[in-house]
Design a protein around this ligand. Structure first.
Ligand code: PLP
Length: 284
């Protein structure tokens, strides 16, 4: 693969960053993942806007403009012949001269890394066709989950706990209510109404979430943004997750309890189609 590191396009084996990089030492960095469908970038504007917000919330400047970022994304997609998959982007606070808790001087260059990932056609996902199983785990992450930082150890452990239980993912629970999945936003559907937790510092403001809720409202589906419990989810008619890499994926089992008919339901299927159709048409 050709990757991008600090202004250069290089073969992946030649790409190098400092061992003092704060991304490596302190998880002091942010990231975005933009999906590629038919060679085009899905929801690109949304990802770039959230990146700017994450950087600002951490007092980091924006090293590249939206146009520059688009050019880099497109160049990597073309160079690596990505038809389906995604582009990973990470920006860290850079590499100071030595390890220190205090931030380095403002003029320390940030580290910017981008690489592509080839994946099977995301629109034809077997997981979406059969529906996924989730377990619930306690949400013990820090209090600024709205910032897309590279501190992914707990979500990563959550995925492993799910796998150990024979499931696909974990929904995290705080004060009795579901916050989100390890790497996705969580939803239930009851009596035709889509219910998902409201935006706050407690969850990542999913770009797919924003798009899906807009498509839902355009299709006259009712949306209620509020917390819900695992018990409520187990008794819902349907459940699903959204993320840039899973689009809309139905959830058919929660902590061993079947949701609805135990197979992908009509509303989640419809939302998946609306999202794929709409974002394919708007992809850049
Ligand atoms: N919530 C968390 C914790 C995530 O890590 C992600 C994506 O990686 C999402 C939600 C979904 O966000 P998006 O739709 O922007 O991919």
């Amino acid at each position: 693969r050709t990757v991008y590191v600090n202004g250069e396009y290089l073969p992946e084996e030649d790409a190098k960053i400092s061992i003092f990089d704060r991304g490596f030492l302190m998880a002091d960095g942010v990231y975005e993942v933009t999906s590629v469908l038919d060679g085009k970038l899905v929801d690109f504007d949304g990802h770039v806007k959230r990146l700017a917000r994450s950087l600002n919330e951490l007092g980091m400047g924006e090293p590249l403009t939206a146009d520059e970022l688009l050019e880099i994304h497109r160049k990597l997609v073309a160079e690596n012949e990505v038809i389906n998959g995604g582009v990973y982007l990470q920006i860290t606070r850079g590499a100071p001269a030595d390890r220190d808790f205090a931030f380095p001087p403002e003029d320390t260059p940030q580290t910017v890394v981008l690489f592509t990932q080839n994946k099977p056609d995301l629109a034809e996902s077997p997981a979406a066709a059969r529906g996924i199983k989730v377990i619930s785990i306690e949400d013990i992450r820090w209090g600024r989950r709205d910032i897309k930082t590279v501190q992914l150890l707990y979500p990563s452990m959550g995925k492993m706990m799910a796998k150990a239980a024979g499931c696909d993912d974990a929904w995290m629970v705080e004060d009795g209510a579901v916050t989100e999945g390890t790497s996705n936003n969580a939803y239930i559907i009851k009596d035709g109404k889509i219910i998902t937790r409201q935006l706050s510092n407690d969850i990542l403001h999913g770009i797919t979430r924003a798009a899906v809720l807009e498509f839902a409202r355009e299709a006259q589906m009712k949306v209620e943004e509020r917390p819900f419990t695992i018990e409520e989810a187990q008794q819902a008619d349907e459940a699903f997750i959204t993320s840039a890499t899973t689009f809309v994926t139905p959830v058919v089992e929660i902590d061993g309890v079947t949701v609805g008919a135990g197979e992908p339901g009509p509303a989640a299927k419809r939302l998946r189609e609306l999202y794929i159709e709409g974002s394919r048409a708007a992809a850049v």
